[in-house]
Design a binder for this molecule. Sequence first.
Ligand SMILES: C[S@@+](CC[C@H](N)C(=O)[O-])C[C@H]1O[C@@H](n2cnc3c(N)ncnc32)[C@H](O)[C@@H]1O
Length: 211
Amino acid sequence: MSSGDFETYFQRRARRFASFYSSEPVARLLGRGPLFDRLQYAIETTTALSAERVLDVGCGSGPLFVPLASHGIHVTGIDPAEAMVALARSQAETVPGLVTVERRGWEQIDETDAYDVAVALGVFDYVGDPVALLTRMGAAAEHVIGSFPAPGARLMLRKLRYGARGVGVHGYRADDFDRLASRSGLVVVDRTPLGRAGSAVHFRRGDPGAR
Ligand SMILES: C[S@@+](CC[C@H](N)C(=O)[O-])C[C@H]1O[C@@H](n2cnc3c(N)ncnc32)[C@H](O)[C@@H]1O
């Protein structure tokens, strides 16, 4: 899978994907509760760290912006899909001065220590080289938060649905995270299950003794 397919997929479906956030009760009824659970995980973890600057990788329509900005946190949202960037910019306008949106993909993250936390929700699902993404995020911020789908029947259905449109979907087992972390210069601080959908994971730089 090229990241071009991943980008194109969400370019075409930006409004539909953004609409999943319009009602949490409806989303939960439709089995999309993990979208809200992973947002909550990222918000709670980020605020508990007293973060001031956050990089939101693959920010989509910007569902993290207002919750983080309401804590005074500055957010930089990046996404390569033009239609997502347009939605994210509208969202950013509701919290003036706190959110910057840039049209670029994770492959163009080249900052060092520019943020306290780098978050990627719903992105590792589509990335064939998660170590490369974790490594870039870990260079940009000391703390890294990601959501990761679990293998299983649910993922198989997604693989079929997205695969038909040229987009690869990748699953992660609970015992993958320590290995991924060590190959990326990170350690796992916390892993929280998101029901059958997978896990939200908080990594940080450094050795396990620093946890
Ligand atoms: C499933 S959506 C998640 C959006 C948002 N993080 C959320 O939780 O609602 C995945 C997002 O990743 C973006 N994306 C596609 N290719 C990307 C890349 N190379 N780097 C970063 N993000 C990418 C898509 O445009 C899309 O907005």
